[in-house]
Design a protein. Structure first.
Length: 336
């Protein structure tokens, strides 16, 4: 993955004039929404100004306020997803909407719409598969993140890089521009906010070309409540990250278990072996049996890892082939 701009880039530098739009590729702005009547109208207007060639879709997820009415009056195509959860909405959007370039953004008004122009142009010009808007809090500083979110994002980003070997610095950003072939090859299964984890893991699995662009990030409207729950959703994200790691990197996952169990078996069984070497007797049979059982389980884990690694490699090849069969947005743009 490549990154546009350094870590020291100031978000204010993104607030300049909006470049002229490219032509030839169809662009869809897809917005998952749940009770966002306070912000959705301005979000639609901002993205229509930033991407005048784009079709804007708002997917309402069981809103009980005026989200649908506000989105319709602002000129968006409004559709419904009855199953509650952002992951369910994202899967539905990806299945229903047909475009060369997809701009996914939350409907809470926290993301900087003009940055989308640069993200779309970067994706098309460099023939990338995903461009992530790396959140850079502006104006109100840390208040853009609720308490615990900033620390949680940093911790999870490190965990993600450790597990998947990716260099994403904001793997959980909800602001993304994606190619058609990336979206249509994405086998999402999550139902909630862990969907961003799946998107980033999918990119790492199929060796997709990605980039990050710093994007100003501001706090929500005072009358708008965040749907993300720090501890509940943080636990779910961690669980899904480990589950995906087991499925996508089985040898490493079970290899870690093998090492831990072997260390436990050695720690428990070492005194028995030492005693046997000096006296020729095994005086603590329960301890010896326990150590042998733990070591047996360790070898079973290693065997599972080796078998599942072969299965996982075949699945990875299938995903990669499915991804390669779909034309990139730049390829669509170059067609006569």
């Amino acid at each position: 993955m490549t990154t546009l701009g350094g870590r020291d880039t100031q978000p204010e530098t993104l607030l300049g004039a909006v470049p002229a739009p490219r032509t030839g590729s169809t662009v869809a702005v897809v917005i998952p929404c749940h009770n966002e009547e306070q912000a959705i109208g301005s979000v639609i207007r901002d993205f229509r100004q930033a991407l005048p060639e784009a079709e804007i879709y708002v997917y309402d997820n069981q809103s009980t306020d005026g989200t649908r009415e506000h989105a319709s009056r602002a000129g968006a195509v409004v559709r419904k997803e009855p199953r509650l959860g952002k992951g369910n909405v994202v899967r539905r959007m990806f299945a229903d909407v047909d475009a060369d370039v997809y701009v996914m953004v939350d409907g809470d008004g926290t993301y900087h719409a003009p940055t989308a122009r640069r993200m779309v142009d970067l994706l098309i010009d460099d023939d990338l598969d995903m461009v992530i808007g790396r959140r850079e809090p502006v104006a109100d500083g840390d208040r853009a993140y609720r308490r615990g979110h900033s620390t949680g994002n940093a911790v999870f980003a490190r965990v993600f890089r450790l597990l998947y070997g990716s260099d994403f610095t904001d793997a959980f950003s909800g602001y993304r521009v994606m190619s058609r072939r990336f979206v249509k090859s994405f086998p999402g299964t999550s139902s909630g906010f862990e969907i961003e984890t799946e998107l980033s893991a999918h990119a790492a699995t199929i060796l997709a070309l990605c980039a990050e662009v710093p994007a100003p990030y501001r706090s929500r409207n005072e009358n708008s409540d965040s749907k993300l729950r720090t501890y509940r959703d943080g636990t779910r994200i961690l669980r899904v990250s480990l589950q995906l790691f087991k499925e996508l990197r089985p040898l490493q996952f079970f290899g870690i278990l093998f090492v831990l169990l072997t260390a436990a078996a050695v720690g428990i069984g070492a005194p028995v072996v030492t005693e046997y070497v000096h006296s020729g007797l095994v005086l603590r049979f329960p301890t010896a049996i326990l150590a042998a059982a733990i070591q047996t389980v360790a070898f079973i884990c290693l065997t599972c890892g080796l078998v599942l690694q072969s299965v996982g490699r075949a699945r990875q090849e299938v995903r990669r082939l499915a991804y390669l069969q779909i034309e990139s947005p730049s390829g669509c743009r170059r067609r006569p």
